[in-house]
Every structure is written in structure tokens, then in C-alpha cells.
Design a protein around this ligand. Structure first.
Ligand code: LAC
Length: 313
């Protein structure tokens, strides 16, 4: 598998690092790190090549300022764009990042026909819309269906961590999924979450659950406030989790085209298609369904705003 990562900042480089360490189990033989800034991707690639040598891993890491090096990628991860600063919401980035993502996708399309494209740039769901529309125009529906957004795997991991800590359980004991958009409107599926296969409501009171839901929703901002910039270890791991899920039975929450909007839903990624797990959406309780519907409305208006911005570019 050839993996290209656009944007050699914190998230991009850390994704390359984790993917390189897991390269043999994931079947990755080449990782290309592209950035417009000169020397940075080359420097990080050199460091990473020396890193994998420590473990005798057979993976080649290339740092480049040219999209030509992404030729024939199987998976492309787009992290390029501005990250949040303290006090900013993800939506504040829309103006700058819409143009960046469009440009990146046009360049990718010149060198790879039908790669999986994983969007990470914020505001996530709107950027998936930008990338998907661009691929649809250039390569048609089958290729556009392979454009997905990383958010739910990250939000779910954050929530599982908070739940595991609170309950004093191992992380593998906790199953919990968040869907919807990447932001305050996300939908943590508490009604189906479990700890050691027991429903959460049996092991935790409502007040605690609500606190954890709130902390998960603000999970990104909590780290922005501490670091002065966006998180990157968990986002990078959550990107690799999606790559790992491709062509397996694993269900992951990713942002895809769902009834005309781009929003996080549980899916399987197999044979180049996205299989939405509608049964899981149908089993939401009424409160979750309402949150999910509100989220669809919110994303719709964000997409309208994005269209306006792109028209003026
Ligand atoms: C976060 C960024 C990746 O939630 O959106 O940390």
C-alpha cells in the first residue's frame, strides 16, 4: 500500500510516524509526506527513515514538495490547512481551509485515480464536502464515494478514555461510538455504549454521563487551550485506525455523504465502497435521533456557507 499524507505539520508527521511503526501489519511499503514548505517534509522523512531503521522496518518514507511523488497512492490523508488557536471554533477556519483543500484535491487527482481520501482539515464535515465535490467533478461518483472524513474515531477514543478513567476499567472494556459532526453538535451514542458488555446506564449515573459527553464534545478545545494549537497524537492514531479498517469488517464512524449532507456515521469500508450501517442509526434512542437531526441541519448550513466561499474564490 502506498500512503500519501498532505501536510507535514504535527498531525501529518505524527500520522506518518504511527503508520510507519505499524507498516508491516498494515501492509504499507511507502509513505509520502508532502508539504508546500521547503525542507520540512524532507527533514521529517529523513528522521522517520532513521526511526524505522531502529526497528528494522521495511517501509520507505519520502518527503517532498511535489505532488508527483504521490503518484498511484492507495490512500491519501489531507491534513493541510490552518489549525485552531485558543478561542477559535473549527468553523472559524472555513474561509481559509476551503480553498486549501480544493487545491490539494485537484493536485492529488492529477496523479492518483481512485485513492481513498481521508480528510482531517477542519471544519471537518464541510471540508469533506469540498473534497468530495471536487473529486465528483473530476472523476465521477465512484471516486467521490471514497472521500471520507476523520472525526468520529477521534471523538470516540476521547470518550472511551474518559469513560475508562472514570470507571477504573481497561480501555478495551469500553465500547462507545460518537457520530454526527465534529464539534459541539456531535452525537455520542450513550444508549448503546457499554463497559464490560454492560449498558453504561447500569454502571454510571446520568450526571456523570452528561459530564463525560460534554467533555468529549469539547475534547479538541481542551487540548488547544493547553497546547496553544490542535491535538495531534490522538488525531493521528484515529487516522491510522481508519486506514486499518479498510477492507476489514471493522465498523468505524467517519464523515461521508449521508442523505445529501456530510456527517459522521458508522460504516464499513470495503471493495472501494462505503457501507453505511443504517441499522445502528435506526437503533438510536429518541434523544440521540433528535441530536442527529439537529446536526444534519447545522452541517447543511455550513455546506451552504462553504459553497458561497468557494464561489468567490
Ligand atoms: C481535534 C481536531 C483534530 O479535535 O479537530 O483535536
Amino acid at each position: 500500500m502506498k500512503l500519501s499524507i498532505i501536510g507535514a505539520g504535527n498531525v501529518g508527521a505524527t500520522t506518518a510516524f504511527i503508520a510507519a511503526l505499524k507498516s508491516s501489519e498494515l501492509g504499507i511499503d511507502e509513505i509520502v509526506l508532502v508539504d508546500i514548505v521547503e525542507k520540512i517534509p524532507q527533514g521529517k522523512a529523513l528522521d522517520l527513515n532513521q526511526c524505522v531503521t531502529v526497528f528494522n522496518l521495511d517501509v520507505k518514507i519520502v518527503g517532498s514538495n511535489s505532488y508527483a511523488d504521490t503518484e498511484n497512492s492507495d490512500v491519501v490523508v489531507i491534513t493541510a490547512g490552518l489549525p485552531r488557536k485558543p478561542g477559535m471554533s473549527r468553523d472559524d477556519l472555513i474561509d481559509k481551509n476551503a480553498g486549501i483543500v480544493k487545491g490539494v484535491v485537484e493536485n492529488i487527482m492529477k496523479f492518483s485515480d481512485h485513492p481513498w481520501i481521508i480528510i482531517v482539515t477542519n471544519p471537518l464535515d464541510a471540508m469533506v464536502y469540498v473534497a468530495s465535490s471536487c473529486v465528483l467533478e473530476k472523476r465521477g461518483k465512484d471516486a467521490a464515494d471514497k472521500v471520507i472524513g476523520m472525526a468520529g474515531t477521534l471523538d470516540s477514543a476521547r470518550m472511551r478514555f474518559f469513560l475508562a478513567e472514570e470507571l477504573g476499567e481497561g480501555k478495551e472494556a469500553i465500547e462507545a461510538l460518537t457520530i454526527g459532526s465534529h464539534g459541539d453538535e456531535m452525537v455520542p451514542l450513550m444508549s448503546s455504549a457499554t463497559a464490560n458488555q454492560k449498558s453504561l446506564s447500569k454502571v454510571m449515573n446520568d450526571k456523570k454521563m452528561k459530564e463525560i459527553v460534554d467533555r468529549t464534545k469539547k475534547g479538541g478545545a481542551e487540548i488547544v487551550d493547553l497546547l496553544g494549537t490542535s491535538a495531534y497524537y490522538a488525531p493521528a492514531a484515529a487516522i491510522v485506525e481508519i486506514i486499518e479498517a479498510i477492507d476489514t469488517e471493522k465498523i468505524v464512524p467517519v464523515s461521508v455523504n449521508y442523505r445529501g449532507v456530510f456527517i459522521g456515521v458508522p460504516v464499513k469500508l470495503s471493495d472501494g465502497t462505503v457501507e453505511i450501517q443504517q441499522n445502528m442509526l435506526d437503533s438510536m434512542n429518541s434523544e440521540e435521533k433528535k441530536m442527529f437531526d439537529d446536526c444534519i441541519e447545522k452541517v447543511k448550513s455550513l455546506i451552504d456557507k462553504t459553497e458561497e466561499i468557494l464561489k468567490n474564490k
